[in-house]
Design a protein around this ligand. Structure first.
Ligand SMILES: Nc1nc2c(c(=O)[nH]1)N[C@H]1C(S)=C(S)[C@@H](COP(=O)(O)OP(=O)(O)OC[C@H]3O[C@@H](n4cnc5c(N)ncnc54)[C@H](O)[C@@H]3O)O[C@H]1N2
Ligand code: MOO
Length: 406
């Protein structure tokens, strides 16, 4: 077990979380709910595509034995709409009017585009074809997929294009990696509920809604969002229940060394403490531990630290659970705006970025303080300022993380 309260680096904390085994379980869900879910098994074509010879244009279907000596007049046997079939044999100089996407008669070898034809006055069942076509304008059976060809391989994240592809084959259910069940527990006797009248010394629970939506948009299944007063027994029983019923529990607050920081106590008594002090600001109190095979990620109560802690430590775990790659992209960047404070620990600034070709300029976005939340809406990246006794120089090279929206 790790010796308590020895601070570890950001990279080491990320590594320790990467080594936490996560269950690989799958579920079968309706395709209509599967956008962004990751396929657990390769899906193969259940039939050839297209499964009938399909016209690519509006025009007239003709036989190969008639495909010469244009211009010439044809008799129109009938009309084939998209969705219909046609089983009348085409005789010499006979054709069928056909629409884009429609079934091509078995004995037709080419579709002459409408633009290359002319109506015959007073003879609606006749057409003059001016010239032939170089191409057949017919999409042959199986020209895109043969039966059994892979459509989408295992471990692909489905997107709207992929949903279209599977739907074209009538596939309406898919086996995907299961979403983690995540309980969120915010703590603090100072927390009020939305709609409560403002009271001295109390605050609204900003982090509850923040964490809930971060979990939802990063692929978690939020089973409950609880708000607890600071009470050791209440926290313990609530945490035990959440641990028993979920894959991941995220707590917020009560993780420092104060008299009411009961999450810190739970971490110290857990089966496996991964870390409970980080060499970073904000979020130095961010803690992770495993109890009864459930991972508990304890974020700081300070909203800025909660935001930073989520993206660095929680997002990659949620993504790994569902077999997605993290959407928080680590990059090298240039610090294009000044930051003059010195730091004993690495500091993570909330920032914005400008992409310049292959390069990124990053700018601090207001205050880096832990309790500040005015910049959460406008932050699009996190910037790492290494610990140092002297302020970092303008235009220094820094590590940054691009957040998945801008
Ligand atoms: N003696 C020490 N005190 C503190 C230390 C320390 O090392 N020694 N660390 C400081 C640092 S750094 C931080 S960060 C905070 C972390 O505290 P906790 O994560 O235990 O969180 P709380 O004490 O519960 O709350 C901190 C702050 O955030 C507000 N808060 C809490 N929950 C919410 C919420 N859901 N929505 C909005 N705001 C919330 C809370 O009212 C406090 O103001 O500890 C320092 N202290
Ligand atoms: O954990 Mo505190 O957020 O470092 O300021």
């Amino acid at each position: 077990m790790l010796t308590l309260s020895i601070p570890i680096s950001i990279d080491e904390a990320i590594e320790r979380l990467k080594r936490v085994p996560l269950p690989t379980t799958t579920e079968t869900i309706p395709l209509s709910d599967a956008n962004h879910r990751v396929l657990a098994k390769t899906i193969n074509a259940p039939f050839a595509y297209p499964h009938f010879r399909r016209s690519g244009v509006d025009g007239f279907a003709i036989k190969s034995s008639d495909d010469h000596d244009f211009p010439k007049k044809f008799k129109v046997l009938g009309e084939i709409q998209a969705g219909a079939t046609f089983d009348r044999p085409l005789g010499p100089n006979e054709c069928a009017r056909i629409m884009t996407g429609a079934f091509v008669p078995d004995d037709a070898s080419k579709v002459i585009m409408l633009e290359k034809t002319r109506t015959v006055a007073d003879h609606p069942d006749e057409v003059n074809m001016l010239r032939t076509e170089k191409k057949s304008n017919i999409t042959e059976v199986g020209s895109e997929f043969h039966t059994g060809d892979p459509l989408i391989v295992a471990n692909s994240e489905l997107n709207p294009g992929g949903l279209a592809l599977l739907t074209a084959f009538g596939i309406d259910k898919v086996e995907v990696y299961r979403k983690p069940k995540v309980a969120i527990i915010t703590t603090g006797t100072e927390l009020m509920h939305q709609g409560d009248p403002l009271q001295k010394g109390k605050i609204y629970n900003a982090n509850g809604i923040q964490i809930k939506n971060l979990v939802l948009e990063n692929g978690g299944n939020v089973t409950e969002t609880l708000q607890l007063i600071d009470d050791a027994d209440l926290l313990r029983t609530t945490l035990d229940k959440a641990i028993a019923e979920n894959d991941i529990v995220i707590t917020d607050g009560a993780v420092s060394v104060g008299d009411f920081d009961f999450v810190g106590d739970a971490a110290r008594n857990a089966d496996n403490m991964l870390f409970n002090k980080l060499k970073m600001r904000p979020g130095s109190v961010t803690t992770a531990f495993i109890d009864h095979n459930t991972l508990i990620l304890a974020l700081s109560g300070n909203p800025g630290a909660c935001f930073v802690g989520f993206y660095l430590y929680v997002e990659p775990v949620l993504r790994r659970f569902t077999h997605q790659l993290s959407k928080v992209k680590q990059i090298n960047a240039t610090l294009a705006g000044p930051f003059t404070k010195t730091n004993g620990f690495d500091r993570i600034l909330r920032g914005t970025y400008v992409e310049k070709g292959l390069h990124f300029d990053v700018y601090p976005n207001g205050s880096a303080q832990s309790g500040v939340l005015g910049n959460l809406q406008t932050t699009t990246c996190l910037i790492k300022i290494p610990h140092s006794n002297t302020p970092i120089e303008l235009n220094a090279k820094v590590t940054a993380w691009l957040l998945p929206y801008k």
